[in-house]
Write a protein that binds this ligand. Sequence first.
Ligand SMILES: [Zn+2]
Length: 344
Amino acid sequence: MDGYRKGIEQIIRGIKTSPPEENIFSDEEPEVVKGRLVAKAQQLQEQSEYLNNHPEERDESSPYECEVCKDKIWIPMRRFKHDKETMILEEDFFSGQINPKEAWKWSIKVSWECWCSKRKKEKKRVDKLNNQTGLSRRFKRRTFENFTFLDPAEFPNDDREQVKALVESQKSAYNRALEYANNFQSLKEDGRSFGILGSYGTGKTHLLGAITNELSRKGVQAVFINTTEFFDTLRESFEKDENGKPISSTRASEYIEMVKTCEHLSLDDVGKEKPTDYVLDVFYRIVNYRYENLLPTNFTTNASLEEMENQMGGATYRRLVEMAAGYMKEIIGESYDQLLLRKK
Ligand SMILES: [Zn+2]
């Protein structure tokens, strides 16, 4: 520690008084040292940006949520005089690598905001909006771990074949959904999405909720919405009062914007009812924006593909189905409620 303190003292002297004649710390040319330390600081900033765009690659065993800033968010830096882009780490400034004669050039102390801060703020916003939709409490309980499959043995003989078929298709959808959640970081590069078809009460919403929860846990900006409720929000968003003023709140427009731009969107229960043309038009623009920008957009539906196309229009339908191509699963069979009534 003595060398460290000496280094600080020498640097302070270098700033305040005439610089000492010799550099006891480094024989390197100042330009070489500068290049090395600036590159190091840049690398750290890039690492921070990369990890926050690829949250799955974070070291999960680390005690810190953010390995780069050790959860401090603000990283102390020194800025080069007259050039705010050129920075080195404060700890390197005090490590004795900077020639005291050069120290005055690094006298401006700044703090650099780690990328994780942006993601944390963003996550708060998504959580808040997910809470506002009122679905969060329901879907937060829906995880891959607590998805239960029926046991055919518990049903009367007449129903067993049917339960077996249901469970088989559920397992296939479950495995695909899990695989999707686990490979999301590479799938999202192409905007790959997931779609689940099947009748009411067969676990579709649970699987979509499980994907959303899993991604959200990994730091992905994942939004889950009930499509019918979202259509209501869209309808309200362009209703006006008698003075021609919009009645919709800023919150609603924030919500619509979030649905349009979030990293991962889950549309539960599409194809249920036909909204007005205006709602459909706005919905198309949202889906098209996500399609054009390769933003994954998952869905569940009770409807057949034909019904879905009729309800939302060919263009929206084709984009949703194209995004989910290769990751579309159908759960075959009756709803749990119907089967459970006949359980032994
Ligand atoms: Zn950080």
